[in-house]
Write a protein that binds this ligand. Sequence first.
Ligand code: SAM
Length: 290
Amino acid sequence: MNNNTPSPIDLLRRHNLNLKKSLGQNLLIDASHLTRIAAAADLEKTDTVLEIGPGLGALTHQLAEQAGRVIAVELDQRLIPILRAEFAGRPHVSFVHGDILELTLPELLGTQLSSPAGPPTATANYKVVANLPYYITSAVLRHVLESLPPPTLAVLLVQQEVAQRMVAQPGAMSMLAVSVQFYACPRALQRIPAGAFLPRPKVDSRVVRLDVRPQPAVSDVEPAHFFSTVRAGFGQRRKQLRNSLSAGLSCTKEQADHWLTASGIDPRRRAETLSLPEWGMLAKTVYGSA
Ligand code: SAM
């Protein structure tokens, strides 16, 4: 960003725009944080970046300086002509109007997938960077991490509490932690105070960097089997696993006890204490014996 770049506040005034709470429009207006978010993505001129929700383009300017190509998806139609005009001299930056959850990431990036006969292959190399609208954080995470091919890296600004849940360890695991850590190695980076945003949200945020794993953390079990076991385990979170599994997998407590014991897991443990390899063992026991 240079001195001629209008700030989001200038643009709001110039275009007489109100921010929409319903779209999670809390703009990051502190330039020092924007620089550090872009730096966390280790961008190079060979990189393609997908930005989710560019707003008025403050973060987009930083990404455009460092990446070879930037594609930004914005749901608010009012912002698209403003963004296009602001970036008119930067042909490597393009804006797509749409809902990120309705768009297929690799297609958006013009990636070549494999032939219809074969499975998609990881031919694409792209990174995702976003100051996420809070109301769709979990859905976006799933959408990004389950994309085929997924990005190599995602740098996301999320609520502080969500960042803590993503990096949790056994003892404090949740469905979110297991899902994120299945696909990626998350690291919580800098905290961004609520005062750095316009309007000011109720809580502080944190930057999280997700280094996407080349293979899921548990690769010897079907993801569908893995996640149905995990969902059952967390279905009744405060209960012992023997109870939550029997309810979630519609089996007797004796059957749940048997699966857990055969996986080396004490049936009295609770879902938040299990590690990813333990969930993997359990899923293999449950579905191997089905
Ligand atoms: N990137 C800007 C910044 O850092 O200041 C704006 C971030 S603001 C938290 C989130 C942006 O995401 C808003 O511009 C909002 O309109 C957009 N947005 C909300 N839901 C979206 C969706 N489903 N798909 C794409 N963009 C969305």
